[in-house]
Design a protein around this ligand. Sequence first.
Ligand SMILES: Cc1ncc(C[n+]2csc(CCOP(=O)(O)OP(=O)(O)O)c2C)c(N)n1
Ligand SMILES: [Mg+2]
Length: 110
Amino acid sequence: MARDYPLVDLVNQIFSNAADPLQGRQLPILYSARDYGFYSLSGNVGSRIGHAVGWAMASAYSGDDRVAIGYIGEGTTAEGDFHEALTFAAVYRAPVILCVTNNQWAISTF
Ligand SMILES: Cc1ncc(C[n+]2csc(CCOP(=O)(O)OP(=O)(O)O)c2C)c(N)n1
Ligand SMILES: [Mg+2]
């Protein structure tokens, strides 16, 4: 929404209807919008956080000034993917922001 993605397209993806931009290939709310620089979400928590770092590394390697941002919850910091992403981001000084939202819950576990 912040990047002016059309709300109708967004809702069509949620309903996986005939006008779904992803043509039913992804679960509801797991958006992807290449034209808006929005990389796909994943149902497997944390699996995209390393991709954000890799995207940032590739961006720096190709000489542009773009920055990647990846979002996860605090429960997902228990995943190995998170620690691998931190290691690569630190070692390669990737232009990436890794945002962890701490809501004190991972499904039903406080
Ligand atoms: C790899 C993987 N393991 C387990 C799950 C099941 N799962 C779905 S949401 C969730 C908890 C996520 O908690 P948190 O990262 O804190 O995110 P929040 O929903 O609180 O924003 C888990 C364990 C999953 N989707 N993927
Ligand atoms: Mg949480």
